[in-house]
Design a protein around this ligand. Structure first.
Ligand code: NAD
Length: 357
């Protein structure tokens, strides 16, 4: 297959980890007989330095013209004192909006080889942790109107609006059920329908959408219980489907359980057009340019790009297996180092994965 992938290396460790991700994609193309064309565009601090803005129009065009977008990370102290609309992170929000990405998938997976880093009790971790938090990204309290601050009866008040339309809920529910079909076929929808009207509509629409997916098991949890169950027994979850604010909190909770920031990939997708695939971590300016960064979150994001962005399941699995084998063979970057293992840098870690691919 011929596919175009737009690369956004960004700032800090971005170019280093991106290089390893691209090596893996190229090796995959060779192994499976595909032809990947890579286009390059500027985002974040790199774009500010070259063009004076974090998201140049040319970058939006390059992303829209691609089959998938692969991003490393943006930001750094050099740009911290700029006005908010000129900061690197603004480029990130802008490209998500320009591509209409309403669904954010954050897998939390515990590699048995890294069980020592897991924050859970060993008997809980032993039951396994392999779930995806699917968070709605463009609605809810963060964007609802009216919002504001004012004085009422002599008191300062602040207010926001929690709001979802049925179409916003339906389209993310479809992503949840479709994703579950490719995994263990379980969706747990998380809301607060005992208290919130928005959540009651959410639950209703998720149930209506479920009628077209009888092969997927659907359950519901209140968000407070979900937060507790994630720590008590995360092995019960496959896909956790939830709104923007609950998802913001639960996705961080789920991912931190694994204990390894340098291992966490993510994907953002819309209804049409290319998806965006990126590691969860930032640009790690403290270790930039030192060949110390862990490239595995980026390589695992490349696997998500293959699976969800290009519909290449076998290729994605091959990449994930190469990562697992690399860990099983004892190679570790500094952030996940344990005694008795072999310390490697960013480039060497990428090469070890390539050898196993
Ligand atoms: P960070 O994720 O960049 O770093 C936090 C800590 O984790 C640092 O000690 C760093 O060295 C370490 N770390 C992160 N990724 C690593 C990797 N792959 N391998 C080894 N160690 C790794 O978060 P921060 O320090 O809060 O932010 C730094 C910059 O990144 C800021 O400008 C911030 O705005 C930006 N940021 C960008 C994104 C993104 O591009 N999606 C996300 C978060 C933060």
């Amino acid at each position: 297959m011929k596919k175009t992938i737009c690369l956004l290396p960004g700032d800090g460790i971005g170019p280093e980890i991106m290089a390893q991700g691209v090596n893996v994609l190229e090796a995959c193309a060779k192994k499976f007989g595909h032809q990947f064309t890579f286009t390059h565009a500027l985002l974040g601090g790199a774009a500010i330095d070259a063009c004076g803005e974090p998201l140049p129009a040319a970058t939006v065009q390059a992303c829209q013209a691609a089959d998938a977008v692969f991003l490393a990370a943006v930001g750094g102290p050099k740009w911290d004192n700029l006005a908010p609309q000129l900061r690197p992170e603004r480029g990130l929000l802008g490209i998500r909006k320009a591509l209409g990405l309403f669904a954010n998938l954050r897998p939390a997976m515990l590699f048995p080889e890294l069980a020592g880093a897991c924050l859970l009790r060993p008997d809980i971790a032993a039951k396994g942790l392999d779930l995806i938090v699917l968070r709605e990204l463009t609605g809810d309290l963060y964007y609802g109107e009216p919002r504001g601050r004012e004085v009422r009866d002599g008191q300062r008040v602040g207010y926001n609006t929690m709001i979802y339309s049925e179409e916003e809920v339906r389209r993310i529910a479809v992503v949840a059920f479709e994703t579950a079909r490719k995994r263990r076929k379980k969706v747990c929808s998380v809301d607060k329908s005992n208290v919130l009207e928005t959540s009651r509509l959410w639950k209703e629409i998720v149930e209506e959408t479920h009628a077209s997916y009888p092969d997927v098991a659907l359950s519901h949890l209140y968000v407070d219980n979900a937060a507790m169950q994630l720590v008590r027994d995360p092995s019960q979850f496959d896909i956790i489907l939830t709104g923007n604010i609950f998802g913001d909190i639960l996705s961080d909770e789920a991912s931190v359980l694994t204990g390894s920031l340098g291992m966490l990939p993510s994907a953002s997708v819309g209804s049409t057009g290319p998806g965006l695939f990126e590691p969860v971590h930032g640009s790690a300016p403290d270790i930039a340019g030192q060949d110390k960064a862990n490239p595995l979150a980026t390589i695992l994001s490349a696997a998500m790009l293959l699976r969800l962005g290009l519909d290449m399941e076998g290729e994605a699995t091959a990449v994930e297996q190469a990562v697992r084998q690399t860990l099983a063979d004892g190679f570790r970057t500094a952030d996940i180092m344990e005694s008795g293992k072999t310390l490697v840098g960013c480039t060497a870690m990428g090469s070890r994965v390539l050898e196993r691919l």
